[in-house]
Design a protein around this ligand. Structure first.
Ligand SMILES: Cc1ncc(C[n+]2csc(CCOP(=O)(O)OP(=O)(O)O)c2C)c(N)n1
Ligand SMILES: [Mg+2]
Length: 338
């Protein structure tokens, strides 16, 4: 039976913890961030046929932030494109499930990993489909740090100029990239106005909220039919590491994988506590009885960014404040009421 978006998002997160744990692979924070977007796309939005991955009538999907490949691998396996068992080969020598997304896998149209290419490829596909009079849509998921790449904006110009209205881009706007917050690396604000200025329809939502996501994809369909024929972008405000408290908003978890001990046990136990009904945890069906807990000496709750910190509960105010080095910087906000 087809999974609900909530079930699929949970399974993506649970698989991702296992896959990165087993392989020592990275980018778990990026995977947790995008899991809800990918889940809603595969449960409610994208037209596909798992037994015929190259079916002509399929919508095209590109995960341009290809370092979060485990999210799409899990979504494809859970949607019937290949056996779930194969997920355990992630990152292994000879596996089809390379760390970054590979088109050698059924259901993947375009390999990604070198950031900045997915939107150009997606706009090209959409343009070709439209010119051929076809009705399929193209969906492209980008990272917000990825929007530092100039090619993203070139594709944006092209899509507007040629009225490519059968593309929907989604930006996983978690304010972080690999080593620091976007705001400290190369700022992209005011993001909404930038996309508007490039001629796109813009929808801004909470990207970890499934109702918001579903409404946004519905609205995008309506906008595509408007006479202006503009492309549409959904700015999905997300939290990097979403779903496991100690990974959330902590840049450490861009590259770190859940190690044996409290990191793996803590992630699994937290996820198990939020498991939706009618699905099984495929690895630890009864959770973990006695999870190893972090001690005072363990590196948890510390600020691993270079110099500043960011709290997504203050997106409008754009509060950017100095952290106290080595003292749990995320607790220290200027003008913070707490
Ligand atoms: C062209 C290119 N430059 C650098 C990298 C290395 N890299 C991998 S992930 C990443 C950060 C991406 O940040 P963002 O797009 O915001 O994605 P997030 O992980 O936050 O979802 C970088 C710089 C890359 N993959 N491609
Ligand atoms: Mg980001």
């Amino acid at each position: 039976m087809k999974k609900t978006s909530e079930q699929l998002a949970w399974l993506i997160r649970r698989h991702a913890v296992e896959m990165t744990h087993l392989s020592g692979g990275s980018h778990i924070g990026a995977i947790m961030s995008v899991a809800d977007i990918v889940a809603v796309l595969y449960s409610d939005v994208i037209n596909y046929e798992p037994s015929k991955p190259k079916w002509e009538g399929r919508d095209r999907f590109i995960l341009s932030k290809g370092h979060a490949g485990a999210s799409i691998y899990a979504a494809l396996a859970e949607s019937g494109f290949f056996p779930v068992e194969e997920l355990k080969t992630h990152y292994a020598n000879g596996s089809r499930l390379s760390g970054h997304v590979s088109h050698h896998l059924p259901g993947v149209d375009f390999s990604t990993g070198s950031l900045g290419h997915g939107l150009s490829a997606g706009v090209g596909m959409a343009y070709a489909l439209k010119k051929s009079g076809r009705k399929e849509n193209v969906y492209v998921v980008l990272g917000d740090g990825e929007c530092n790449e100039g090619s993203v904006w070139e594709a944006a110009l092209f899509a507007n100029h040629f009225r490519v209205n059968n593309i929907v881009a989604i930006v996983d706007h978690n304010h972080m990239q690999s080593l620091d917050f976007n705001e400290n690396t190369l700022g992209i604000e005011n993001f909404y106005d930038k996309w508007k200025a490039f001629g796109w329809n813009v929808i801004e939502i909470d990207g970890n909220n499934h109702d918001d996501l579903k409404r946004a994809f519905e609205s995008a369909k309506g906008m595509a039919q408007e006479s202006s024929h503009k492309p549409t972008i959904i700015i999905a405000n997300t939290v990097k590491g979403y779903g496991v408290s100690f990974m959330q908003n902590d840049i450490l978890w861009h590259y770190r994988f859940p190690h044996k001990g409290w990191e793996y046990d803590g992630a699994v136990a937290e996820l198990y506590a939020t498991k939706p009904e009618n699905i099984q945890d495929p690895y630890t069906p009864y959770g973990i009885d006695n999870p190893v807990l972090p001690t005072d000496k363990d590196d948890i709750g510390n600020d691993h960014t270079f110099s500043y910190t960011w709290d997504t509960s203050y997106p409008e105010q754009m509060r950017r404040v100095e952290a106290t080095p080595g003292a749990g910087g995320r607790e220290h906000y200027i003008n913070n009421e707490k």
